[in-house]
Write a protein that binds this ligand. Sequence first.
Ligand code: SPV
Ligand code: MG
Length: 309
Amino acid sequence: MSESVFNGYFSTAENADRTPRMRQLILSNELSFLMEAHDALSAAIAESAGFKGLWASGLSISSSLGFRDANEASWTQVVEAVERIVDAANIPVLVDGDSGFGNFNNARLAALKLWQRGAAGLCLEDKSFPKMNSFVGNEHALADITEFCGRLKAVKDTVPGEDFVLIARIEALIAGRGLDEALTRAHAYADAGVDAVLIHSRRSDAGQILEFARAWGNTRPLVIVPTKYYRTPVSAYREAGISTVIWANHNMRAAVIAMREVCERIFREESIAGIEGKVAGLEDVFSLLGYDELAAAEERYLPARAGSG
Ligand code: SPV
Ligand code: MG
C-alpha cells in the first residue's frame, strides 16, 4: 500500500516495528522531527508530507474534541483519539500523556492502554492533575519530584517490552523556577529510567533551552517544543546536540485558519463556487482514506454480481 493512504489499520504486520522506529528517532544522533496529529486525517497528511513520526498532541486532541487543554478530555477519550491516529498512519506515534491523568496508577493504566492501541511512546509532564496548558496563565504547580519519579517508574514497569519510549517533560522553566531546578528534575527523572527528557519553555527565544542543553550534555536525548521560540533555525538545535524537535500543534492551528476562511467566504458569497479550488478535491479525500483498497477488497471477497464475471 502507498504510504499516503489511510491504511495503518490494515498494516499491522508491516507496522510491528513502529515502536523501535520511534526509539531510533529519539536515540539517533541525527536531529529528528515529530509532527502533530490530532485525528486520522492530520496523521495521514503528516505522514504523506514525509514525517517519520507523530506527536499526538494533548492541546490539539482536546481542541478538536471541544475541550480546554486542562484534562477536560478523559484519558479514555485520549486513548480513542490516539487509536484513530495510529490506525491512520504507518509511522510511530509519541503520545502527549499530560501529567499522567492522576497518580502513578492512572499513569500506568493509561500507558498500558496506549501501548495496546499501538502507541510507540509516552511523554509525561511533571505537573499535578488537572494540568493546564503551559502557555495559559502563570499557575503551573510542579509535581513533587519523588512522587513524579514513582509515576515514571510505574509506567516503565508496566508497559511490556523494551522499546516503548518514555519521556519526562520538565516544566520548571514554564513555572518560572529556573535552570537549576530544571536540571535537578531532569537528572532525577533520568535516574528513574526515562529514555529522554523534554525541556519546555514559554519564552520567545531559545536562550533558556540552549543553556539547558549545554548543561545537560549527553545525559539522555533531549526533546524540545519550539512553539513559542519558532524563529530559531533548526541548525541551532543540531549544533546543541538536541535529539528531537516537536512541531506540536500546527495541523490543528492550520485547520482553524483554513476552516474559518472557507466558512466566512461561503457565508458571505452564499456560494461554494469561489472556494472550490481552495478545498481538497473529493478524489484527494477518497485517496487519503484508501477507497481503492476497499474496491480491491470487494473484488476479492464479495460474490460476483449477477451479469458480471
Ligand atoms: C501539546 O501539544 O499539547 C503540548 C505542547 O503539550 S504545547 O501545547 O506547545 O505546550
Ligand atoms: Mg500537551
